[in-house]
Ligand binder design. Structure first.
Ligand code: SF4
Length: 283
């Protein structure tokens, strides 16, 4: 196979599998093994910076759990054999699995069999003797974490040592409507953060960007700081991950929105540290 895997390649079908895809991750600094439940490119949100091609409104379809098991087992064995690295000409400095991330073309917790899918991941990791060896990350918009079935899956994820990256782009109703196309109330966000932090290592992930004529950057940051001051007392949060738009969004608003500068990220990061959080910044 004459293919080179680079950090620019975020295609979900690069390895020819349905649910599993490798990414050379700038966030992780190596190979991230992605798991995509949303093979229909459907999400319950529509973020203006979303990079999912042909994004539609909806939930993940029913998935083939047997196929998920086979693909994850196959891919981990493929990497362990070393053939994946040579087939894809992976940079020798990046020949390591940094994490397994449930991060799809849509909201992964919208999968009806989310809990069963986590059981499958657990089973495969046990069979490949990987439990506790590889960081596990669930990337979620957090909006469905009040569902009982999702909470069961989250509890198992936490028992496996799983981390949760919980999206929080705006602490205002207007901001969430304009940025994420959601009307989720702040009380539900707080409750979902609280419940998640009780069972998993929880990080908030926040995308900062300019949205001229729609969003006041300074106003959003002030509301965000107030939110963090309140949630810090109520919930167990490991830290905050700040980033900006790194690749061209695939939504109509792509013409209008723009990344913020590094110094703006640094300024917000410092203010969050003063509130008492650990902060990671991705430029
Ligand atoms: S939550 Fe994620 S997948 Fe869904 S619209 Fe937003 S960026 Fe896209």
């Amino acid at each position: 196979m004459a293919t080179t895997l680079t950090t620019q390649d975020h295609s979900r079908d690069v390895a020819g599998l349905t649910y599993i895809y490798p990414v050379l991750s700038r966030r992780a600094g190596g190979i991230s093994v992605g798991i995509n439940f949303n093979v229909n490119n459907a999400c319950n949100w529509r973020c203006v910076y979303c990079q999912v091609p042909g994004l539609s409104v909806g939930s993940a379809p029913d998935i083939d759990l047997l196929k998920l098991r086979e693909e994850l087992y196959f891919f981990l064995a493929y990497v362990d054999s070393g053939r994946f690295y040579s087939d894809f000409s992976v940079d020798p400095n990046c020949r390591d699995i940094k994490d397994i991330s449930i991060s799809g073309n849509g909201e992964p917790t919208s999968l009806a069999s989310f809990g069963e899918a986590i059981e499958v991941v657990k089973e495969v990791l046990e069979r490949r003797s990987k439990l506790g060896q590889i960081k596990l990350v669930l990337i979620t918009n957090g909006s469905l974490l009040h569902r009982e079935s999702v909470r069961c899956g989250l509890a198992l994820w936490g028992a496996l040592g799983g981390h949760v990256w919980f999206k929080l782009d705006s602490a205002t109703v207007t901001g969430r409507e304009l940025i994420n196309s959601t009307m989720i109330p702040v009380e539900r966000i707080m409750e979902n953060i609280k419940v998640t932090g009780e069972v998993c290592e929880l990080w908030l992930q926040t995308c900062l960007f300019d949205y001229p004529g729609k969003i006041s950057f300074d106003g959003e940051v002030r509301a965000y700081q107030l939110f963090l001051q309140e949630i810090r007392i109520k919930a167990k949060i490991q830290g905050v991950y700040l980033y900006t738009i790194a690749r061209p969004p695939l939504q109509p608003e792509a013409r209008v929105i723009a990344p913020v500068q590094g110094y703006q990220l640094d300024r917000v990061a410092d203010s969050i540290r003063r509130i008492g959080f650990r902060v990671q910044v991705s430029y």
